[in-house]
Design a protein around this ligand. Structure first.
Ligand code: ACO
Length: 376
């Protein structure tokens, strides 16, 4: 038996009609539409509709879908009270994973995963997740919890619940664009996790909470926090070269660079770079953008020949900081958006399900005699 490539790199393990990636050319499309086009012209709600229905909605379809999502901002049962008793030191990704799992306890039929039920539960989780994150953030800061406002878009409502004031149109638009850019990305690790879990015909809550666990890792969604930590460690733009060269000499990875799939500029980073620059100028964070840009220039000189370019996380760090998000909310932001991609893949998986059950190549010994414990 030939072993599969390490990390299953290059192995086709599912069919999808949602996102297309050409890593060599730096192309990402959702249902055939270039990501840049969507980031500039669509809304997150419309993008979710596109991913779940594989077509753009008409005006009335979009209005109905958005209204349906807005009905699901308010948490069920006593979830709000439960969040307000969580340890304030808990990490938001752990809170999100645990609370998404807890949602199943308030669902009278949590295991139903026929197409209509799975879609319904996915929409619930998509609507509830921002409320979970915002409630917890205010609870840990000792601030009164702000209830969701169903008159607001997904992006505006989240920023309102988090900050207690309505975002400016620029902030709402920037956050909405970030949500679009992070919504889906082929069979990445957390999406694969979703498909693996639902392929046992387990439930939607188990599949999405497992994906949140996968996304938290520093080689996946956790990299945007790593980028911000690195930017904070660099005193000024004049120190960038020394810090980056030291890291490369120690063979440390520079967070926010490199991608298993893209060996060219990540097309999401192209849009985010422009957005980060504008937001940094608007919010007095120009030095942060300048440090990021200087890192990119040095990386271009040192490692671009290996196909290492900024990924989606690199400029999303500056963008999220400028929007006013605390560092440990960066990865939860990724999750709020990616729930849409996970859910879409889950629906696709259920449409033509086959249990994932790969093999492992055994590399241990054979025929070993059992040794009694007192003789070892
Ligand atoms: N900084 C410096 N060098 C790098 C980086 C980096 N960020 N990424 C890869 N390299 C170098 C490696 O050291 C290696 O060099 P070598 O051939 O001289 O040994 C070469 O490029 C290939 O690296 P691999 O680790 O084999 O690349 P792979 O495709 O397996 O890894 C990964 C991709 C895990 C994303 C990696 O680039 C990395 O760890 N990046 C930093 C973390 C990060 O930003 N993750 C976010 C990914 S995007 C996402 O999940 C949304």
């Amino acid at each position: 038996m030939t072993a599969a490539p390490k990390g299953l790199e290059g192995v086709v393990a599912a069919e999808t009609e949602m996102s297309f990636i050409d890593g060599e050319k730096g192309i990402l499309e959702y249902v055939g539409i270039a990501i840049d086009d969507l980031a500039r012209n669509s809304s997150f709600e419309e993008t979710v509709f596109l991913l779940w229905n594989r077509k753009l909605p008409t005006k009335s379809e979009l209005a109905a879908f958005s209204a349906d999502l807005r009905k699901r901002y308010a948490l069920p049962g006593d979830m709000k009270q439960r969040i307000s008793t969580l340890p304030k030191t808990a990490q938001p990704m752990h809170v999100l994973r645990t609370m998404v799992s807890m949602l199943s306890l308030f669902d009278p039929d949590p295991n139903a995963n026929d197409a209509a039920s799975a879609r319904e539960k996915a929409l619930n989780i998509l609507g509830y997740a921002p409320t979970i994150v915002a409630y917890f953030d205010r609870h840990r800061k000792g601030l009164p919890l702000i209830d969701p406002d169903p008159k607001l878009s997904f992006a505006a409502n989240f920023l309102y619940m988090l900050n207690g004031e309505h975002p400016t149109p620029t902030m709402e638009r920037a956050f909405d664009a970030c949500m679009i850019l992070h919504a889906d990305h082929g069979l990445n690790n957390s999406t694969f996790t979703t498909r693996v879990v639902i392929s046992t015909l387990s439930d939607v809550y188990s599949a999405i909470s497992a994906a949140i666990g996968s996304l938290r890792g520093p080689l996946h969604g956790g990299a945007n926090e790593g980028v911000m930590k690195m930017l904070n460690e660099i005193p000024s733009v004049g120190d960038v070269r020394r810090v980056v060269e030291d890291k490369l000499a120690r063979k440390d990875k520079i967070m926010g660079f490199g991608h298993r799939v893209y060996k060219n500029y990540d097309p999401r980073a192209t849009y985010l770079k422009t957005l980060a620059k504008k937001l940094a100028e608007d919010t007095g964070n120009v030095s942060l953008y300048e440090k990021s840009h200087a890192i990119e220039q040095i990386m271009e000189e040192k490692v671009a020949a290996k196909g290492i370019y900024p990924n989606v996380d690199f400029y999303s760090a500056t963008t999220y900081h400028c929007i006013g998000l605390q560092l440990d909310l960066f990865t939860p932001m990724f999750a709020l958006s990616r729930i849409s991609g996970w859910a879409g893949h889950m629906l696709e998986q259920l449409e033509g399900n086959r249990l994932y059950r790969p093999k492992a190549e055994y590399t241990g010994p054979h025929g070993v005699a059992y040794t009694a414990i007192e003789k070892r």
